[in-house]
Write a protein that binds this ligand. Structure first.
Ligand code: AMP
Ligand code: GLY
Length: 425
């Protein structure tokens, strides 16, 4: 079959790499893609939210499956656009329609959903622009640290965790009345702070059945020891050692199952990935957030551990037949280390020539922000390339990944040298 994959990051390069291994694949198109995806299929200069251009690609190239990497097209209604068009509605889209995408698109919607379906999450209240005083009064009643979340999509920056009450009140005001985080902050969820260790669980669902994919932990801060500014993610590890069978059993029964059933009860069809950000609080899982896509860089460790044919799984998902699917997982540990441009997550240069990509032979390289120019690969983003390796242990996998990371060169290259520091035996 011919497949169209939307997106341009490390997640998409990994999904492309995995789908390219399938005997079911005929032609793979990636919009817009990067230098990594260009080696696996045809990159097309089409934006992920340009629905009309996407429609044309589907028609011109007889696309039989669309896989959506990032959340923006889903929250904007790409799947609904397909369903409403007689020429497109037979083409399965991996990624939920707008109603389901609200699980990521609105924190308030997600909290109400969890409350309605008795899914464990932090206690919360939400406030809009007319309720600043009530919100500030609420902050007077609760204990620090204060967790403030902009309701809408804010490129991963919309969550503030503050220890000072007055500062929390000021930030609430800035979000609700001064447009901090733009429209995303027109409503704010204030929630209880959960103390614990985070991990993520990934689910693929056809709306009725689901498969739980390997768990992963990512490292979001730019600095060693989880310090400094938040980034898109500096590395990841799968599986997460403390997510043992007993813990994952709790995740399934108290979170995954009620989530899939809750979507059904609410009449929300859902086809695609569900990424559940969790806090392990004394052995019990609580939902921190839902995302309606795979994580990046978590995909770079989850997908390499999947032995099953991903395209076959997507086809089964699109056909509503995921229930009978047999998932096969590689038992080894996978780690990934992200190489980023100097200055990231602040401003950084682009267009630096990359060397040594052919030398990192024991690792898998997933391009995140790169572009091809002639026979050169140039940096084209903050997160540049993700170096993934396997091992029998976290230490072993990390040793191989860091050898690979050393071999890749570009001006200003930076990576964290302590990925997995909190998980090593
Ligand atoms: P989110 O965008 O919802 O994933 O939040 C960003 C980060 O803030 C999470 O990855 C957590 O580290 C932290 N966080 C969010 N909500 C809470 C909470 N209720 N308690 C503690 N930490 C939180
Ligand atoms: N790595 C976190 C995310 O993809 O949202």
């Amino acid at each position: 079959m011919n497949v169209l994959l939307l997106g341009s990051g490390g997640r998409e390069h990994t999904l492309a790499w995995k789908m390219a291994q399938s005997p079911l694949l005929n032609q793979l198109f990636i919009a817009p893609g990067n230098a990594g995806t260009a080696s696996l299929g045809t990159n097309l200069a089409v934006g992920v939210t340009d629905f009309e251009a996407i429609r044309k690609v589907v028609m011109d190239h007889a696309i039989a499956l669309v896989v959506v990497g990032p959340e923006a097209p889903l929250v904007s209604g790409l799947h609904d656009f397909f369903l409403a068009d007689p020429a497109l509605k037979h083409v399965p889209v991996i990624g939920p329609a707008k109603a389901g995408a609200e699980l990521e698109g609105s924190k308030e919607f997600a909290k109400e959903f969890m409350q309605r379906h008795h899914i464990p999450t932090a206690a919360y209240r939400s406030f809009d622009g007319t309720q600043l005083e009530a919100g500030q009064a609420y902050l007077d009643q609760i204990e620090a640290p204060f967790v403030l979340k902009a309701d809408g999509l804010a490129a991963g920056k919309g969550v503030l965790i503050l220890s000072d009450r007055d500062q929390a009140k000021q930030e609430l005001e800035a979000m609700l009345t001064q447009g901090k985080f733009g429209d995303a902050g027109n409503k704010v969820v204030i929630e209880q702070f959960l103390e614990g260790i985070e991990l993520s669980v990934f689910v693929l669902t056809d709306g009725k059945s689901y498969k739980i994919l390997p768990s992963a932990k990512d490292y979001k801060r730019i600095g060693e020891g989880d310090t400094g500014l938040n980034t898109g993610g500096m590395g990841a590890i799968s599986p997460v050692p403390f997510a043992d069978e007993a813990f994952l059993q709790k995740v399934e029964s108290s979170i995954v199952q009620p989530t899939v059933e809750g979507l059904q009860k609410d009449g929300i069809p859902y086809v695609g990935f569900l990424f559940i950000g969790l806090m392990n609080v004394d052995g019990d899982p609580y939902v921190i957030e839902y995302n309606v896509r795979m994580g990046d860089p978590e995909t770079e460790v989850v997908m390499p551990r999947l032995k099953s044919d991903l395209l076959d799984m997507f086809a089964a998902t699109g056909a509503g037949k995921l229930g009978s699917y047999e998932l096969q997982i590689d038992e080894r540990t996978a780690v990934t280390v992200m190489l980023v441009s100097g200055g990231y997550p602040g401003s950084y240069p682009k267009g630096k020539v990359m060397h040594g990509l052919d030398k990192a032979t024991d690792a898998l390289l997933f391009h995140a922000g790169t572009r091809q120019e002639g026979d050169q690969v140039l940096t084209n983003g903050g997160r540049v390339i993700s170096v993934t390796a396997f091992g029998a242990t976290i230490e072993e996998a990390l040793a191989t990944a860091y050898v690979g990371a050393e071999k890749i060169e570009f001006e200003g290259k930076y990576c964290r040298s302590d990925i997995g520091f909190d998980l090593k035996a």
